[in-house]
Design a protein around this ligand. Structure first.
Ligand SMILES: Cc1cc2ncn([C@H]3O[C@H](COP(=O)(O)O)[C@@H](O)[C@H]3O)c2cc1C
Ligand SMILES: O=C(O)c1cccnc1
Length: 342
């Protein structure tokens, strides 16, 4: 990326992870108490109730607010893309960034519907990471720089952060990352991404296996795994999640690639993703294994496999709806509705 001194080092990031702020239990309890008084049978709003409580707990305020949701999409290019692991050429990454800027992508429409502020962050698209089948994708400085860049997406006033990525080849990077973090076999983590054929899928599995063989140290440390396989956009997502935690901003994670980036933090500390929900279950088969590994149940399951923050942008509507019901509904006492008889 650049030759300047990184704004943060791995050591500082590790210290951040060791000292993450915890939940605001007072705000969470206030939400639970209000929930019990709202004019509906107990539990009848299902996960919307859990979402309202989660939002209060991690925003540290009750009732929680979603006036300013932000969708941050990070874009980066991958050296491994040269190995024929995507159905599309690497040039599509920059072309899609242009498309985002022109308002023509799926995520633009979904942000419009959700009334969300879409920000697209390019990470040196002319300079792909190294091919991880040969050596680590990034040096430590570049990885830290990308994480620091991701942190900048968390600005004052953002009340909910939805994260996404754009980077041709990144479903292969995500597979290698998950394989290093959680073990298993390369094929368990590798899917068709943008739609590779059987030969393309075999090339992807081979690239993941070669990646693990070329970077054996990636298995020993989650940040090392991020550096070896990451991709600038995946490192930026990990940085954004950390900054959001520090700033008390709840986070929606998108599909496979985005959740894989988040999983680095989970491996570093099992509580590190407590302020995150996974927006949807991607069709990419590795996502299911990954959700099981990090213990998260996604909000939506619509057969999507796009990336670019699309599922996260869509789920903003669910979070807004949960908070609107929680804050706006009348209580039994206020509305003069009889409480449960038996
Ligand atoms: C036109 C187009 C728009 C996209 N928007 C997101 N992705 C998605 O596809 C890529 C990952 O798949 P793979 O690993 O197979 O390259 C990522 O850039 C992801 O965000 C797109 C891909 C394409 C082709
Ligand atoms: O789930 C994802 O993030 C995904 C799936 C396919 C292609 N790109 C991204």
């Amino acid at each position: 990326m650049s030759n300047t001194q990184p704004a943060i080092t791995f050591e500082e990031i590790r210290a951040l992870v060791r000292n993450l702020p915890g939940p605001d239990l007072d705000a969470g309890t206030a939400a639970l108490q209000r929930e019990r008084q709202l004019t509906k049978p107990a539990g009848a709003l299902g996960r919307l109730e859990e979402i309202a409580q989660w939002m209060a707990t991690w925003q540290g305020q009750h009732p929680a607010e979603v006036r300013r949701p932000r969708v941050a999409v990070f874009a980066g290019n991958h050296g491994v893309a040269a190995r024929g692991v995507s159905a599309y050429p690497a040039a599509v990454t920059a072309q899609m960034v242009q498309n985002f800027q022109n308002g023509g992508a799926a995520v633009n429409q979904l942000c419009e519907v959700a009334d969300a502020d879409l920000r697209v962050y390019e990470l040196d698209l002319e300079t792909p990471t190294a091919d991880f089948t040969e050596k680590p994708a990034m040096g430590e400085e570049d990885c830290c720089q990308a994480m620091a860049y991701g942190m900048m997406a968390v600005e004052t006033g953002v009340q909910l952060l939805a994260l996404g990525e754009m980077g041709i080849g990144n479903s292969t990077a995500a597979a290698a990352l998950c394989h290093a973090l959680f073990g298993g076999e390369a094929k368990d983590w590798t899917g068709r991404g943008t739609g590779v054929d059987d030969e393309g899928l075999a090339r992807k599995v081979a690239a993941v296996e070669a990646g693990l063989a070329a970077n054996p140290q990636a298995k020993d440390d989650p940040f090392e795994a991020l550096r070896c396989f990451g991709g600038y956009e995946l490192a930026a997502i990990a940085g954004a999640i950390l900054a959001a935690r520090m700033a008390r901003v709840p986070v929606l994670l998108d599909g496979y690639a985005c959740t894989a980036a988040a999983a680095v933090l989970f491996k570093a500390d099992r509580r590190a993703l407590d302020h995150c929900m996974v927006a949807h279950r991607s069709v990419e088969p590795g996502h299911d294994h990954l959700l099981a590994a990090i213990g998260k149940e996604p909000l939506l399951d619509l057969g999507m496999r796009l990336g670019e923050g699309s599922g996260a942008a869509l789920a903003i509507n669910i979070v807004k709806s949960a908070c609107a019901c929680h804050a706006g509904m009348a209580t039994f006492a206020d509305a003069g509705v009889s409480t449960r008889g038996v």
